[in-house]
Design a protein around this ligand. Structure first.
Ligand SMILES: *Cc1c(COP(=O)(O)O)cnc(C)c1O
Length: 413
Protein backbone atom coordinates (compact mmCIF):
# COMPACT_ATOMS: atom_id res chain seq x y z
CA UNK A 1 0.00 0.00 0.00
CA UNK A 2 2.67 2.48 1.05
CA UNK A 3 4.84 1.66 -1.92
CA UNK A 4 1.90 2.21 -4.26
CA UNK A 5 1.07 5.51 -2.60
CA UNK A 6 4.65 6.74 -2.98
CA UNK A 7 4.91 5.98 -6.68
CA UNK A 8 1.51 7.40 -7.60
CA UNK A 9 2.56 11.07 -7.69
CA UNK A 10 5.33 10.15 -10.14
CA UNK A 11 2.75 8.43 -12.33
CA UNK A 12 0.52 11.50 -12.12
CA UNK A 13 3.41 13.77 -13.00
CA UNK A 14 4.55 11.73 -15.98
CA UNK A 15 0.99 11.36 -17.28
CA UNK A 16 -0.39 14.87 -16.66
CA UNK A 17 2.46 17.38 -16.89
CA UNK A 18 4.02 18.65 -20.09
CA UNK A 19 7.24 16.80 -20.87
CA UNK A 20 9.44 19.90 -20.72
CA UNK A 21 11.13 18.84 -17.50
CA UNK A 22 13.00 15.74 -16.39
CA UNK A 23 11.77 13.47 -13.61
CA UNK A 24 10.94 15.30 -10.42
CA UNK A 25 12.93 14.13 -7.43
CA UNK A 26 10.38 14.61 -4.67
CA UNK A 27 6.82 15.64 -3.95
CA UNK A 28 7.32 18.65 -1.70
CA UNK A 29 4.44 19.53 0.58
CA UNK A 30 5.66 22.11 3.08
CA UNK A 31 8.43 24.60 3.84
CA UNK A 32 9.58 26.63 6.82
CA UNK A 33 12.57 28.96 6.65
CA UNK A 34 15.41 27.15 4.86
CA UNK A 35 13.77 23.72 5.11
CA UNK A 36 11.36 21.72 2.97
CA UNK A 37 9.48 18.49 3.61
CA UNK A 38 8.27 15.89 1.16
CA UNK A 39 5.12 13.75 1.34
CA UNK A 40 7.00 11.05 3.23
CA UNK A 41 8.16 13.44 5.94
CA UNK A 42 11.77 13.66 4.74
CA UNK A 43 13.32 17.02 5.57
CA UNK A 44 15.59 18.88 3.13
CA UNK A 45 17.82 21.89 3.56
CA UNK A 46 16.94 24.25 0.70
CA UNK A 47 20.07 25.93 -0.67
CA UNK A 48 18.48 26.63 -4.05
CA UNK A 49 15.61 28.80 -2.78
CA UNK A 50 13.36 27.92 -5.71
CA UNK A 51 16.16 29.31 -7.96
CA UNK A 52 16.96 32.54 -6.12
CA UNK A 53 13.28 33.29 -5.46
CA UNK A 54 12.79 32.58 -1.76
CA UNK A 55 14.57 35.62 -0.32
CA UNK A 56 12.99 35.44 3.14
CA UNK A 57 12.70 31.68 3.46
CA UNK A 58 9.60 29.53 3.19
CA UNK A 59 6.41 30.60 4.97
CA UNK A 60 8.08 33.71 6.38
CA UNK A 61 5.48 35.44 8.63
CA UNK A 62 5.83 38.74 6.74
CA UNK A 63 5.09 36.97 3.43
CA UNK A 64 2.22 34.96 4.88
CA UNK A 65 0.61 38.02 6.47
CA UNK A 66 1.00 40.14 3.32
CA UNK A 67 -0.69 37.46 1.18
CA UNK A 68 -3.53 36.96 3.65
CA UNK A 69 -4.15 40.65 4.38
CA UNK A 70 -4.11 41.75 0.76
CA UNK A 71 -6.19 38.76 -0.42
CA UNK A 72 -8.76 39.78 2.17
CA UNK A 73 -8.66 43.43 1.02
CA UNK A 74 -8.33 43.60 -2.77
CA UNK A 75 -6.84 40.93 -5.03
CA UNK A 76 -7.20 42.17 -8.59
CA UNK A 77 -8.87 45.02 -10.51
CA UNK A 78 -7.13 45.30 -13.96
CA UNK A 79 -4.88 48.10 -15.10
CA UNK A 80 -7.80 50.42 -15.83
CA UNK A 81 -7.30 51.35 -12.18
CA UNK A 82 -4.46 52.27 -9.85
CA UNK A 83 -4.18 50.67 -6.41
CA UNK A 84 -2.17 51.71 -3.35
CA UNK A 85 0.04 48.56 -3.32
CA UNK A 86 0.98 49.06 -6.97
CA UNK A 87 1.92 52.71 -6.45
CA UNK A 88 3.77 51.81 -3.26
CA UNK A 89 5.87 49.13 -4.95
CA UNK A 90 6.66 51.33 -7.95
CA UNK A 91 7.92 54.10 -5.67
CA UNK A 92 9.92 51.59 -3.62
CA UNK A 93 11.56 50.00 -6.67
CA UNK A 94 12.50 53.44 -8.02
CA UNK A 95 14.10 54.31 -4.70
CA UNK A 96 15.98 51.02 -4.36
CA UNK A 97 17.19 51.12 -7.97
CA UNK A 98 18.15 54.77 -7.61
CA UNK A 99 16.25 56.06 -10.65
CA UNK A 100 15.43 59.41 -9.08
CA UNK A 101 12.21 61.26 -9.98
CA UNK A 102 12.27 60.44 -13.69
CA UNK A 103 12.21 56.64 -13.34
CA UNK A 104 9.17 54.51 -14.15
CA UNK A 105 8.08 50.93 -13.48
CA UNK A 106 6.18 48.44 -15.66
CA UNK A 107 4.80 45.35 -13.93
CA UNK A 108 4.48 41.84 -15.39
CA UNK A 109 4.22 38.41 -13.81
CA UNK A 110 7.59 36.80 -14.47
CA UNK A 111 11.16 37.42 -15.46
CA UNK A 112 10.41 36.69 -19.09
CA UNK A 113 7.60 39.26 -19.11
CA UNK A 114 9.91 41.88 -17.61
CA UNK A 115 12.42 41.16 -20.39
CA UNK A 116 9.70 41.17 -23.07
CA UNK A 117 8.86 44.69 -21.92
CA UNK A 118 12.57 45.57 -22.06
CA UNK A 119 12.80 44.17 -25.60
CA UNK A 120 9.86 46.35 -26.67
CA UNK A 121 11.51 49.31 -24.93
CA UNK A 122 14.61 48.66 -27.04
CA UNK A 123 12.53 48.55 -30.26
CA UNK A 124 10.71 51.77 -29.33
CA UNK A 125 14.07 53.43 -28.78
CA UNK A 126 15.61 51.95 -31.92
CA UNK A 127 12.84 52.53 -34.46
CA UNK A 128 13.86 52.05 -38.09
CA UNK A 129 17.31 53.61 -37.66
CA UNK A 130 18.57 51.21 -35.01
CA UNK A 131 17.58 47.64 -35.92
CA UNK A 132 20.46 45.99 -34.04
CA UNK A 133 20.17 44.58 -30.54
CA UNK A 134 23.24 43.20 -28.81
CA UNK A 135 23.26 40.50 -26.15
CA UNK A 136 25.91 38.24 -24.66
CA UNK A 137 26.63 34.66 -25.65
CA UNK A 138 25.53 32.19 -23.00
CA UNK A 139 23.43 34.76 -21.08
CA UNK A 140 19.89 33.72 -20.17
CA UNK A 141 16.95 36.09 -20.56
CA UNK A 142 13.92 33.78 -20.70
CA UNK A 143 11.96 31.16 -22.62
CA UNK A 144 9.25 33.14 -24.42
CA UNK A 145 9.83 33.74 -28.14
CA UNK A 146 11.08 37.30 -27.58
CA UNK A 147 13.33 36.55 -24.64
CA UNK A 148 14.55 33.32 -26.26
CA UNK A 149 15.71 35.46 -29.18
CA UNK A 150 17.77 37.42 -26.63
CA UNK A 151 19.18 34.25 -25.06
CA UNK A 152 22.57 33.41 -26.55
CA UNK A 153 22.29 29.65 -26.36
CA UNK A 154 21.92 28.13 -29.85
CA UNK A 155 20.78 24.73 -28.53
CA UNK A 156 17.84 26.37 -26.72
CA UNK A 157 16.84 28.41 -29.76
CA UNK A 158 17.23 25.81 -32.50
CA UNK A 159 13.93 23.87 -32.09
CA UNK A 160 11.97 27.13 -32.18
CA UNK A 161 13.52 28.90 -35.14
CA UNK A 162 12.95 31.28 -36.79
CA UNK A 163 13.81 33.66 -33.97
CA UNK A 164 12.61 37.23 -33.63
CA UNK A 165 15.18 39.02 -35.81
CA UNK A 166 17.75 41.68 -34.99
CA UNK A 167 19.65 40.15 -32.08
CA UNK A 168 23.41 39.59 -32.31
CA UNK A 169 25.47 37.74 -29.72
CA UNK A 170 28.83 38.88 -28.44
CA UNK A 171 31.62 37.38 -26.38
CA UNK A 172 31.62 38.89 -22.88
CA UNK A 173 34.70 41.04 -23.44
CA UNK A 174 35.07 44.80 -23.70
CA UNK A 175 36.93 44.32 -27.01
CA UNK A 176 34.02 42.39 -28.54
CA UNK A 177 31.63 45.16 -27.53
CA UNK A 178 33.93 47.87 -28.91
CA UNK A 179 34.13 46.00 -32.22
CA UNK A 180 30.38 45.43 -32.52
CA UNK A 181 28.75 48.62 -31.34
CA UNK A 182 27.76 51.43 -33.71
CA UNK A 183 24.98 54.00 -34.13
CA UNK A 184 22.57 51.36 -35.46
CA UNK A 185 22.42 49.56 -32.10
CA UNK A 186 19.19 50.11 -30.14
CA UNK A 187 20.26 48.36 -26.95
CA UNK A 188 22.77 46.12 -25.24
CA UNK A 189 21.33 43.47 -22.89
CA UNK A 190 23.62 42.30 -20.10
CA UNK A 191 23.18 39.65 -17.40
CA UNK A 192 25.61 40.90 -14.74
CA UNK A 193 26.34 37.40 -13.40
CA UNK A 194 25.30 34.65 -15.81
CA UNK A 195 23.31 32.54 -13.38
CA UNK A 196 21.89 29.84 -15.66
CA UNK A 197 25.19 29.47 -17.54
CA UNK A 198 27.13 28.60 -14.37
CA UNK A 199 27.29 31.74 -12.18
CA UNK A 200 29.83 33.35 -14.51
CA UNK A 201 30.96 36.87 -13.70
CA UNK A 202 31.71 39.56 -16.27
CA UNK A 203 35.30 40.71 -16.71
CA UNK A 204 36.44 43.51 -14.40
CA UNK A 205 35.26 46.88 -15.71
CA UNK A 206 32.81 45.44 -18.23
CA UNK A 207 29.71 47.31 -17.05
CA UNK A 208 31.55 50.63 -16.86
CA UNK A 209 32.87 50.13 -20.39
CA UNK A 210 29.42 49.03 -21.58
CA UNK A 211 27.92 52.20 -20.10
CA UNK A 212 30.51 54.38 -21.77
CA UNK A 213 30.16 52.71 -25.19
CA UNK A 214 26.35 52.54 -25.24
CA UNK A 215 26.13 56.18 -24.21
CA UNK A 216 28.59 57.24 -26.89
CA UNK A 217 26.53 55.44 -29.56
CA UNK A 218 23.09 56.37 -28.26
CA UNK A 219 22.12 52.78 -27.38
CA UNK A 220 20.25 51.72 -24.25
CA UNK A 221 22.07 49.69 -21.61
CA UNK A 222 19.57 47.18 -20.21
CA UNK A 223 20.66 45.03 -17.28
CA UNK A 224 18.86 41.79 -16.46
CA UNK A 225 18.79 41.69 -12.65
CA UNK A 226 16.17 38.95 -12.50
CA UNK A 227 18.46 36.53 -10.69
CA UNK A 228 20.92 39.01 -9.15
CA UNK A 229 18.38 41.54 -7.80
CA UNK A 230 16.59 41.98 -4.48
CA UNK A 231 19.81 42.08 -2.45
CA UNK A 232 21.14 38.66 -3.37
CA UNK A 233 24.63 39.77 -4.42
CA UNK A 234 25.15 42.08 -1.43
CA UNK A 235 23.74 45.18 -3.17
CA UNK A 236 20.08 45.76 -4.01
CA UNK A 237 21.01 45.24 -7.65
CA UNK A 238 24.31 43.90 -8.99
CA UNK A 239 24.96 46.95 -11.20
CA UNK A 240 25.17 49.02 -7.99
CA UNK A 241 28.52 47.40 -7.17
CA UNK A 242 29.91 49.37 -10.12
CA UNK A 243 28.55 52.90 -9.71
CA UNK A 244 27.09 53.12 -13.24
CA UNK A 245 23.52 54.15 -14.11
CA UNK A 246 21.81 51.92 -16.68
CA UNK A 247 18.82 52.91 -18.86
CA UNK A 248 16.72 50.03 -17.59
CA UNK A 249 16.86 46.97 -15.38
CA UNK A 250 14.56 43.98 -15.13
CA UNK A 251 13.70 42.25 -11.86
CA UNK A 252 11.57 39.25 -10.82
CA UNK A 253 12.64 36.13 -8.89
CA UNK A 254 13.70 37.40 -5.44
CA UNK A 255 11.39 40.39 -5.11
CA UNK A 256 8.26 38.32 -4.46
CA UNK A 257 9.42 35.39 -2.31
CA UNK A 258 7.27 33.18 -4.52
CA UNK A 259 4.38 35.43 -5.56
CA UNK A 260 4.68 35.63 -9.36
CA UNK A 261 5.86 39.13 -10.31
CA UNK A 262 8.34 40.79 -12.64
CA UNK A 263 9.12 44.41 -13.41
CA UNK A 264 10.94 46.66 -15.84
CA UNK A 265 12.45 49.71 -14.16
CA UNK A 266 13.51 52.56 -16.44
CA UNK A 267 15.88 55.44 -15.80
CA UNK A 268 15.91 58.94 -17.32
CA UNK A 269 14.83 59.43 -20.95
CA UNK A 270 14.12 55.70 -21.42
CA UNK A 271 11.20 56.25 -19.04
CA UNK A 272 9.21 58.13 -21.68
CA UNK A 273 9.38 55.59 -24.52
CA UNK A 274 6.20 53.64 -23.84
CA UNK A 275 2.97 55.44 -24.72
CA UNK A 276 -0.68 54.37 -24.39
CA UNK A 277 -1.44 51.12 -26.18
CA UNK A 278 2.16 49.94 -26.58
CA UNK A 279 2.20 47.30 -23.85
CA UNK A 280 0.16 45.75 -21.08
CA UNK A 281 -0.72 42.72 -18.98
CA UNK A 282 -3.99 41.71 -17.34
CA UNK A 283 -2.45 40.43 -14.11
CA UNK A 284 0.67 42.62 -14.13
CA UNK A 285 1.03 44.78 -11.04
CA UNK A 286 -2.15 43.58 -9.39
CA UNK A 287 -2.65 44.58 -5.75
CA UNK A 288 -2.00 41.06 -4.42
CA UNK A 289 1.40 40.59 -6.07
CA UNK A 290 2.55 44.17 -5.48
CA UNK A 291 1.53 44.23 -1.81
CA UNK A 292 3.45 41.01 -1.22
CA UNK A 293 6.56 42.19 -3.08
CA UNK A 294 6.50 45.47 -1.14
CA UNK A 295 6.31 43.59 2.14
CA UNK A 296 9.15 41.28 1.07
CA UNK A 297 11.42 44.17 0.04
CA UNK A 298 10.50 46.06 3.21
CA UNK A 299 11.58 43.07 5.30
CA UNK A 300 14.84 42.64 3.31
CA UNK A 301 15.54 46.30 4.04
CA UNK A 302 14.54 46.48 7.69
CA UNK A 303 16.24 43.20 8.61
CA UNK A 304 19.50 44.29 6.94
CA UNK A 305 19.48 41.29 4.59
CA UNK A 306 21.41 42.96 1.77
CA UNK A 307 24.52 43.26 3.96
CA UNK A 308 23.74 39.81 5.38
CA UNK A 309 23.83 38.37 1.85
CA UNK A 310 27.41 39.59 1.42
CA UNK A 311 28.51 38.24 4.82
CA UNK A 312 26.68 34.92 4.64
CA UNK A 313 27.95 34.45 1.09
CA UNK A 314 31.53 34.76 2.30
CA UNK A 315 30.78 32.39 5.16
CA UNK A 316 29.47 29.78 2.70
CA UNK A 317 32.53 30.13 0.46
CA UNK A 318 34.74 29.61 3.51
CA UNK A 319 32.66 26.59 4.52
CA UNK A 320 33.02 25.09 1.02
CA UNK A 321 36.78 25.66 1.07
CA UNK A 322 37.05 24.15 4.56
CA UNK A 323 35.49 20.90 3.31
CA UNK A 324 38.76 20.45 1.45
CA UNK A 325 37.23 18.28 -1.26
CA UNK A 326 39.50 17.32 -4.14
CA UNK A 327 36.46 17.74 -6.41
CA UNK A 328 36.07 21.47 -5.70
CA UNK A 329 38.09 23.94 -7.72
CA UNK A 330 36.68 27.11 -6.09
CA UNK A 331 33.70 29.44 -5.84
CA UNK A 332 32.38 32.06 -8.25
CA UNK A 333 29.61 34.63 -7.90
CA UNK A 334 28.77 37.33 -5.39
CA UNK A 335 26.95 37.33 -2.07
CA UNK A 336 24.39 34.54 -1.95
CA UNK A 337 24.54 33.72 -5.65
CA UNK A 338 27.34 31.19 -5.61
CA UNK A 339 28.72 28.83 -8.21
CA UNK A 340 30.86 26.01 -6.83
CA UNK A 341 33.20 25.04 -9.66
CA UNK A 342 34.01 21.33 -9.81
CA UNK A 343 37.12 19.79 -11.35
CA UNK A 344 35.08 17.17 -13.18
CA UNK A 345 31.77 17.36 -15.09
CA UNK A 346 29.88 15.61 -12.27
CA UNK A 347 27.54 18.39 -11.09
CA UNK A 348 24.51 16.21 -11.83
CA UNK A 349 25.88 13.40 -9.66
CA UNK A 350 26.65 15.83 -6.84
CA UNK A 351 23.09 17.23 -6.97
CA UNK A 352 21.65 13.70 -6.88
CA UNK A 353 23.90 12.69 -3.97
CA UNK A 354 23.00 15.90 -2.11
CA UNK A 355 19.30 15.14 -2.49
CA UNK A 356 19.86 11.66 -1.08
CA UNK A 357 21.56 13.30 1.91
CA UNK A 358 18.74 15.85 2.31
CA UNK A 359 20.22 18.92 0.61
CA UNK A 360 18.61 20.74 -2.32
CA UNK A 361 21.06 22.45 -4.70
CA UNK A 362 21.27 22.55 -8.48
CA UNK A 363 23.63 22.06 -11.39
CA UNK A 364 24.01 25.33 -13.31
CA UNK A 365 26.13 23.43 -15.84
CA UNK A 366 28.01 20.11 -16.00
CA UNK A 367 30.72 21.24 -13.63
CA UNK A 368 29.08 23.97 -11.54
CA UNK A 369 26.81 23.69 -8.51
CA UNK A 370 24.57 26.72 -7.96
CA UNK A 371 23.71 27.85 -4.44
CA UNK A 372 21.03 30.52 -3.91
CA UNK A 373 19.65 30.07 -0.38
CA UNK A 374 17.35 32.45 1.47
CA UNK A 375 19.00 35.71 2.58
CA UNK A 376 17.83 34.85 6.10
CA UNK A 377 20.11 31.82 6.61
CA UNK A 378 22.28 31.79 9.72
CA UNK A 379 25.12 29.84 11.32
CA UNK A 380 22.97 26.77 11.98
CA UNK A 381 21.90 26.41 8.35
CA UNK A 382 25.42 27.02 7.06
CA UNK A 383 26.84 24.34 9.39
CA UNK A 384 24.14 21.94 8.24
CA UNK A 385 24.91 22.80 4.61
CA UNK A 386 28.64 22.21 5.11
CA UNK A 387 27.99 18.81 6.65
CA UNK A 388 25.50 17.67 3.96
CA UNK A 389 27.51 19.09 1.05
CA UNK A 390 30.68 17.40 2.34
CA UNK A 391 28.81 14.08 2.41
CA UNK A 392 27.47 14.60 -1.12
CA UNK A 393 30.94 15.46 -2.45
CA UNK A 394 32.43 12.44 -0.67
CA UNK A 395 29.79 10.17 -2.20
CA UNK A 396 30.70 11.35 -5.69
CA UNK A 397 34.45 11.26 -5.00
CA UNK A 398 34.09 7.63 -3.91
CA UNK A 399 32.16 6.80 -7.06
CA UNK A 400 34.80 8.51 -9.22
CA UNK A 401 37.61 6.63 -7.45
CA UNK A 402 35.78 3.37 -7.99
CA UNK A 403 35.46 4.26 -11.68
CA UNK A 404 39.17 5.09 -11.87
CA UNK A 405 40.10 1.77 -10.24
CA UNK A 406 37.72 0.01 -12.58
CA UNK A 407 39.23 1.71 -15.64
CA UNK A 408 42.77 0.99 -14.46
CA UNK A 409 41.87 -2.66 -13.91
CA UNK A 410 40.33 -2.91 -17.33
CA UNK A 411 43.26 -1.14 -18.95
CA UNK A 412 45.79 -3.40 -17.27
CA UNK A 413 43.78 -6.53 -18.01
C1 LIG B 1 15.07 33.26 -14.38
C2 LIG B 1 15.62 34.28 -15.28
C3 LIG B 1 14.86 34.83 -16.35
C4 LIG B 1 13.48 34.33 -16.68
O1 LIG B 1 12.58 34.48 -15.64
P1 LIG B 1 11.21 33.61 -15.64
O2 LIG B 1 10.48 34.12 -14.44
O3 LIG B 1 11.61 32.18 -15.56
O4 LIG B 1 10.50 33.93 -16.90
C5 LIG B 1 15.43 35.82 -17.11
N1 LIG B 1 16.66 36.26 -16.88
C6 LIG B 1 17.41 35.77 -15.87
C7 LIG B 1 18.78 36.33 -15.64
C8 LIG B 1 16.92 34.77 -15.06
O5 LIG B 1 17.68 34.26 -14.08
Amino acid sequence: MTAQATVSWKDDASRDLVLNSGDRFALLVRGVGAHLWDDEGTRYLDFLGGIAVISLGHAHPVFVKAVADQAATLGHVSNYFATPPQLGLAARLKRLAGTGESGRVYFGNSGAEANEAAFKLARLHGGADRPRILALKNAFHGRTMGTLALTGKPAMQQPFEPMVPGVEFLDSTIEALEAAIDDRVAALFVEPIKGEAGVLELPEGYLAAARELTERHGALLIIDEIQTGAGRTGAWFAFQHTGITPDAITVAKGIGNGIPIGALITFGAASDLFYPGTHGSTFGGNPLATAVASAVLDEIESAGLVDAAAERGQQIRDAVTAIGSALVEGCRGQGLLIGVALRHPVAGAVVAAAQQHGLIINAANDSTIRLAPALTIGDVEIDEFQNLFARALATVEDALMLDDTHETTEASA
